[in-house]
Design a protein around this ligand. Structure first.
Ligand code: GDP
Ligand code: IMO
Ligand code: MG
Length: 423
């Protein structure tokens, strides 16, 4: 059976966790394929909120297998904390959670290197989540990394020491003040590693291959968003993995011709956390309203998310790069009460009007061109059927579908599992 993908089309935090949770009942296996604890995926059901970082968002469903694929980077300390939280909820993850031996490990010194690199950049910092993501993927592509499978080797501690020592000398290269107690960090790390080793570590590409042959349905869960992709995002203000559809092939070992539906998730407006260009960013009352009503604070770092209008030029680009077959629009409820809504449909770029994403989207070169829409006042959060949606919202949706040439099959009207309208 083909593997379906679900990924974010903007700068992350589109609501991927919520929709994966909603769709899990239709799948046998949920698999994360890239990123790591930089992600924060929020699920709300039965009046409770849960935030997952590395563990796939299908974990609350009894019958689903949750797989952490080879493309993911794992911090054992954060992973253990996630497991502890699941235990508090009486979630029996031992049978349903599988980890790829080929996934790379985030060491305490990777986190320190992330912090040192960011500090040394000053104002030009990426605004990373400081989870060690960049340095860990650098070690992966530099062929120095440690993988989950290495934990089963007799000399893994020597391998660890050698890499951590190298990192320490690299930290001093940055020449920034960094206070840390490596002994303390390592004690916590090794304790967490033991927990990780007690889980099911597998050759995940083989597992997925056999599952496909046996007719199991698989949903691959993306992290971050397409505009944070290492190749196609707003480089260098991106993350260090391929967040786009191709990342699911390399991050799970699924061949391109085995990909089925590609679900693209986007917010009805746009947010971004961290540094980097954001053409439709708002610095006025409208932006503040989105931030307040949408409660736009990062699920991983708690930082305020920057807010702005929907950028259709960027969204079209993301749909193309991913081959999106169905769209899902999140947080429409947050826009209730706006008299007028704006959608960026083109850019004025170096004196010309263009409708594609150019190499450089820094504000000095680029100005968004907006199309305006009537807003709506109705509260959407209690609505459960498409027929209840206000006309102005339906017009907004119809315009996006026409421009993107892809159907919007889900409209989300609140954070809860139940606040989901299928079209
Ligand atoms: P993810 O990283 O893509 O999984 O998204 P996050 O969990 O980081 O951020 C999405 C936030 O929006 C979370 O706080 C969700 O609970 C919330 N959310 C998701 N869908 C909706 C929606 O339709 N309306 C509202 N108001 N909140 C939503
Ligand atoms: P989810 O999966 C939003 C951003 C960071 C920073 C940049 C690089 O919850 O959508 P990194 O720590 O990866 O080196 O940071 O990417 N970023 C995210 N922004 N949602 C995320 O994940 C993100 N993961 C990383 O803020 O700008
Ligand atoms: Mg998030």
């Amino acid at each position: 059976m083909a593997v379906d993908l679900l990924l974010g089309l903007q700068w992350g935090d589109e609501g991927k966790g919520k929709i994966v949770d909603v769709l899990t009942s239709k799948y046998n296996i949920i698999a994360r394929f890239q990123g790591g604890p930089n992600a924060g995926h929020t699920l709300v059901f039965n009046g409770k909120k849960h935030v997952l970082h590395t563990i796939p968002s299908g974990i609350f469903h009894d019958n689903a297998i949750n797989l952490v694929g080879n493309g993911v980077v794992i911090d054992p300390v954060i992973f253990k904390k996630e497991l502890d939280k699941l235990e508090e909820q009486q979630i029996d993850y031992r049978k349903s959670l599988l980890i790829s031996r080929k996934a790379h490990i985030i060491l305490p010194t990777h986190r320190l290197l992330d912090a040192a690199s960011e500090a040394s950049k000053g104002k030009a910092k990426i605004g990373s989540t400081l989870k060690g993501i960049g340095p860990t993927y650098m070690d992966k592509t530099g062929r120095n990394g440690l993988r989950i499978g290495d934990l089963e080797l007799s000399d893994w501690k020597e391998r660890y020491r050698s890499l951590a020592d190298k990192h320490e000398s690299m930290i001093s290269y940055y020449g920034v003040e960094l206070e840390y107690d490596l002994n303390e960090l390592e004690t916590e790390f090794f304790k967490a590693v033991e927990v990780l080793k007690s889980l099911q570590l597998i050759d995940s590409e083989e597992y997925i291959h056999q599952a496909q042959k046996a007719g199991k349905s698989i949903l691959a869960e993306g992290a971050q968003g397409s505009l944070l992709d290492i190749d196609f995002g707003t480089y260098p203000f991106v993350t260090s993995s391929n967040t786009t559809a191709a990342g699911a092939c390399t991050g799970l070992g699924v061949a391109p011709n085995q990909i089925g539906d590609v679900f693209g998730i986007f917010k009805a407006y746009t947010t971004r956390v961290g540094s980097g260009p954001f053409p439709t960013e708002l610095f006025d009352e409208d932006g503040e309203t989105m931030s307040r009503v949408g409660n736009e604070f990062g699920a991983t770092t708690g930082r305020a998310r920057r807010c702005g209008w929907l950028d259709l030029v960027a969204l079209k680009y993301a749909c193309q790069v991913n081959g999106v077959t169905q769209l899902m629009m999140m947080k429409g409820d947050v826009l209730s009460g706006f008299k007028t809504l704006k959608v960026c449909t083109a850019y004025k770029y170096k004196g010309e009007t263009i409708t594609h994403l150019p190499y450089n989207i820094e504000p000095e070169n680029l100005e968004p061109v907006y199309t305006e829409f009537n807003g709506w006042n109705e509260d959407l959060t209690e609505m459960s059927e498409s027929a209840q949606l206000p006309k102005a919202l339906n017009d907004y949706i119809a315009f996006l579908e026409k421009e993107l040439e892809i159907p919007i099959t889900i409209v989300s009207v609140g954070p809860d599992r139940k606040q989901t309208i299928f079209r």
